[in-house]
Design a protein around this ligand. Structure first.
Ligand code: NAD
Ligand code: UDP
Ligand code: UDP
Length: 338
């Protein structure tokens, strides 16, 4: 394993990206932190399928071994139980840094742990990237825009965020993670990429993670009313997970730092989402209104023109096409509970 300084490893990685036509790309050694989670496990599937060696680093707070169990016999796959708040020594070419609870229910469960994960976890992974000359990609979030005063949101918008609210551990945590990422780039020459991910759904989401798509789908399948918070007129834009994973890999391989919005611009109110879930799963499904949570953004929709023009990326799967793909996975897991 090359242990050399930044120059030798990054030269090898750069070489891997500029091979003459017809020469097979050598496989990369890639770390995916949070790789046992929802998005991470789909990313791992894609990286292994293209021939890379993948190390998953995960503390299993919200991730599950089952999400990557199908790779356990693969010699190119390794699963490490580790908390990114603690330092770790690895030798790799690329780091996809996803480790962080993403659902409001999970990130509010232990807010101090959430901000430590965002700040100390990101610092450790950037320190690792600096030491071995690896390229580092941060999965930031649309939450950095807070309750936005600009609609749709462009990457140039600085956001409208409450620094002392119950969501701050997550949204201010991710804003600090972006700052650290840019400071390691400017100050230590680390090659970095920043993705701002908008609401994403798909198979392997936690059944009860409290996010709206997983809640509505699980509720409709269990014949419970779908819980609409507030008046249900707030909006979100929902992206299917395979579109996101394609965007993350495209960004990592590109020559652009970002930040890039990665999301599906199709915008729905929560009542409209409930209607699509009803049409997809059960025409008899009902809704029940509940009080909304504090600091809930009123509307959210990505402007993806930057990713379209610079990365040649845009999502392909609409909500109506994506939802049924998630339903069969949820159905199976809900049956297994019984
Ligand atoms: P998830 O909760 O399914 O996955 C997060 C993973 O990180 C889990 O496997 C968890 O066990 C692991 N993890 C958490 N804290 C850790 C720690 N301290 N050390 C090691 N591992 C830790 O969430 P997800 O939806 O897959 O989100 C992945 C990333 O994408 C997160 O960084 C999230 O902020 C970002 N993101 C997701 C969305 C979305 O809609 N899914 C939107 C915006 C941003
Ligand atoms: N770090 C790590 N793995 C490495 C290199 C660094 O976990 O391979 C951690 C290191 O322990 C430190 C953080 O990353 O907490 C930042 O490292 P850096 O070298 O930038 O800062 P320093 O150690 O000089 O404070
Ligand atoms: N929401 C809802 N019912 C639920 C869960 C969430 O109406 O059972 C609403 C929530 O108030 C928010 C939107 O759905 O306005 C998206 O919430 P989610 O937690 O999925 O993600 P966020 O975008 O807030 O991070």
């Amino acid at each position: 394993i090359p242990r050399g300084g930044a120059s030798s490893v990054s030269a090898a990685a750069a070489g891997a990206r500029r091979l003459p036509v017809g020469v097979r790309k050598p496989s990369l050694r890639v770390v995916v932190t949070g790789g046992a989670g929802f998005v991470g496990s789909h990313l791992v599937d894609k990286l292994l399928a293209r021939g890379d060696s993948v190390i998953v680093v995960d503390n299993f707070f919200t991730g599950r071994k089952e999400n990557v169990a199908h790779h356990l016999g693969n010699p190119r796959f390794e699963l490490i139980r580790h908390d990114v708040v603690e330092p770790i020594l690895l030798e790799v070419d690329q780091i996809y840094h996803l480790a962080c609870p993403a659902s409001p229910v999970h990130y509010k469960f232990n807010p101090i742990k959430t901000i430590k994960t965002n700040v100390m976890g990101t610092l450790n992974m950037l320190g690792l990237a600096k030491r071995v000359g690896a390229r580092f990609l941060l999965t930031s979030t649309s939450e950095v825009y807070g309750d936005p005063l600009e609609h749709p949101q462009k990457e140039s918008y600085w956001g409208h965020v409450n620094p002392i609210g119950v969501r701050s551990c997550y949204d201010e945590g991710k804003r600090t993670a972006e700052t650290l990422t840019m400071d390691y780039h400017r100050g230590a020459g680390v090659e970095v990429r920043i993705a701002r991910i908008f609401n994403t759904y798909g198979p392997r989401m936690c059944l009860d993670d409290g996010r709206v798509v997983s809640n509505f789908v699980a509720q409709a399948l269990r014949k419970h009313p779908m819980t609409v918070y507030g008046d249900g007129k707030q909006t979100r834009s929902f992206q299917y997970v395979s579109d996101l994973v394609d965007g993350l890999v495209t960004l990592m391989e590109s020559n652009h730092i970002g930040p890039f919005n990665l999301g599906n611009p199709g915008e729905f109110t929560m009542l409209e989402l409930a209607q699509v879930v009803k049409e997809t799963i059960d025409p008899g499904a009902s809704v029940e209104f509940k009080p909304n949570t504090a600091d809930d953004p009123h509307m959210r929709k990505p402007d993806i023109s930057k990713a379209k023009s610079l990365l040649n990326w845009e999502p392909k799967i609409s909500l109506k096409q994506g939802l049924p793909r998630m339903v069969s996975d949820f159905q199976k897991r809900i049956m297994d509970e019984k």
